[in-house]
Structure formats: structure tokens, C-alpha cells
Design a protein around this ligand. Structure first.
Ligand SMILES: [Zn+2]
Length: 268
């Protein structure tokens, strides 16, 4: 990762910080944003500052354990860092994570209601279903443990009595998912006031889900509809199993080398 790329990502985190603030997704110093730089390097927002007014020098670099690698005092990483690191650990395909407390989505999180109705075609295709991850005390292992149950087969979760978390292939994607999550919650709430939160038919959802699969978008869909190609969670976990880590490759190389040497000795 070059220095220039790192600066670019720090600036992008500040830009998205301003957008979540301007959108009213956070109050005071709430919310946090992170980006994966490499297997063991992550940029993350500091605790105790408004995310609407950050500058790149405030962004902190941590490793996969959350240890600070680089940062300017007095800035310290967010206390909600563990749930970001959990997402990166479980999903090597994810490059960015956004956590905020948007009012409508947070109200659903307080009511314990998942966003799993088939009410808008765009939400069916781009967002999929958003479950509620059970409540955990902020900053404890309870939060990542609750998120872990949903991380493979969704693009985000509602954090019970807390807020929302989305993850994406880049920061723009993670942010857009959050915007669409909050929009879906808002429309859902308004349509409920009219007693009119009518769902799309299973047939219509099936058509949308096939479109979604063709676009390469992962995650569970409303009404339990799956693509004819099969379950997304299974697909993701098998993809992940197939992408070997450097550690695995080293072990395989050692085993193969040892076998070749044994064979050679036999023939000498
Ligand atoms: Zn929070």
C-alpha cells in the first residue's frame, strides 16, 4: 500500500464522515468508519470526535488485533473497533465498514424488527434482508459475537437497541448500503402508518433475486427466496474456503517439498 493510496483512503473516510453527519445518521461523536488496507492493516476513525469534521491526520492505522500501528496523539481508535475487525476477519472480500445510528433504522433495531419485507424492488436487489443482531454492551466481545451470526449471508445488520452496521467491497458501497438501509426503514415506517406495507409477490421477488444474482450481489433475500443457482451464504463460504491464506500455502509448499525429497531419496 503506497503512502499516496493511504492518504487517499484517509480523505475518503473524512468525506464519508461528513456525509453520515449531514444525513443525520449520527449525533455528537457517534458512529465509526473503517477501511482495510491489507491483510493486517486497517484505517479507522477516532473516538471522541464528530465524524462530520474530521481531517486525515485524525485517522488511525491498526492491525487485525486492534493494536495501533500509526496515529497522531491524542486520537485513539473507536471503542467499537471490534465489530469492524470481526467483519474483516470473517469476510476477506470486504474492504470497508460503516457504523451509524440512523433514526428510522435504529427505531427498527429498538423494536427488534428486521428489515426483511419485500416492499421495494431496489431494496430487494441491492440491500437484501437486514436481520437484528442481538444486543451486546458496546466495546465488549458481545457485539462482534452477535454480528458474527449474520456476517456471511447479509450485507449489514441492525444492532439491537443501538444502530446499524454495513459492510461493502469499498467504502462507497458500504456507505450506499447504509443509505439504502435507512431509506428502506423510513419507507417501511411510513407505509405502516397507512396500514399499507404490502409486500411484492413471491414471483416478483424471484425475478428480482435472479437479477441480483446476475449482478453478483450477495446476501439473503426477502420471503426466503433464493436464486435457482442456490444459497448465497453457502456460495460465499465455499468461495472463502477456496481462497487459501498465505499460511495455508506455506504449509502445502512444505508438505509437497518434503514428499518430493522423500521420493527422490528412494530413487537415489
Ligand atoms: Zn454505535
Amino acid at each position: 500500500m503506497t503512502m499516496i493510496t493511504e492518504i487517499k483512503y484517509k480523505k475518503q473516510i473524512c468525506d464519508i464522515g461528513k456525509r453520515i453527519y449531514d444525513k443525520g445518521f449520527i449525533a455528537a461523536n457517534d458512529g465509526n468508519i473503517s477501511i482495510r488496507l491489507s491483510d493486517n492493516e486497517f484505517l479507522i476513525t477516532p473516538t471522541g470526535v464528530s465524524k462530520g469534521f474530521m481531517t486525515p491526520d485524525m485517522i488511525i492505522k491498526v492491525d487485525r488485533e486492534g493494536k495501533v500501528l500509526d496515529g497522531n496523539p491524542p486520537y485513539r481508535p473507536t471503542s467499537e473497533m471490534k465489530m469492524h475487525l470481526l467483519v474483516y476477519q470473517e469476510r476477506p472480500d470486504i474492504q470497508a465498514v460503516v457504523h451509524v445510528h440512523p433514526p428510522y433504522a435504529t427505531a427498527f433495531a429498538i423494536a427488534g424488527l428486521p428489515l426483511d419485507q419485500a416492499i421495494l424492488p431496489e431494496s430487494v436487489v441491492y440491500l437484501g434482508t437486514i436481520p437484528v443482531a442481538e444486543y451486546g454492551t458496546p466495546s465488549t466481545e458481545e457485539v462482534p459475537n452477535a454480528v458474527k451470526k449474520h456476517v456471511l449471508d447479509h450485507q449489514g445488520v441492525l444492532l439491537e437497541n443501538h444502530g446499524a452496521l454495513t459492510w461493502g467491497k469499498d467504502l462507497e458501497n458500504a456507505y450506499n448500503l447504509m443509505e439504502s438501509l435507512e431509506f428502506t426503514a423510513k419507507i417501511n415506517w411510513i407505509s405502516k402508518q397507512l396500514n399499507g406495507d404490502r409486500e411484492l409477490s413471491k414471483k416478483h421477488v424471484q425475478t428480482l433475486v435472479e437479477m441480483k444474482a446476475n449482478m453478483g450481489i450477495n446476501g439473503k433475500s426477502p420471503l426466503g427466496v433464493e436464486t435457482t443457482a442456490g444459497n448465497h451464504a453457502e456460495k460465499i463460504s465455499s468461495q472463502l474456503k477456496h481462497s487459501l491464506s498465505e499460511h495455508d500455502i506455506n504449509i502445502i509448499v512444505k508438505m509437497v517439498t518434503k514428499n518430493i525429497l522423500t521420493e527422490l531419496k528412494k530413487h537415489l
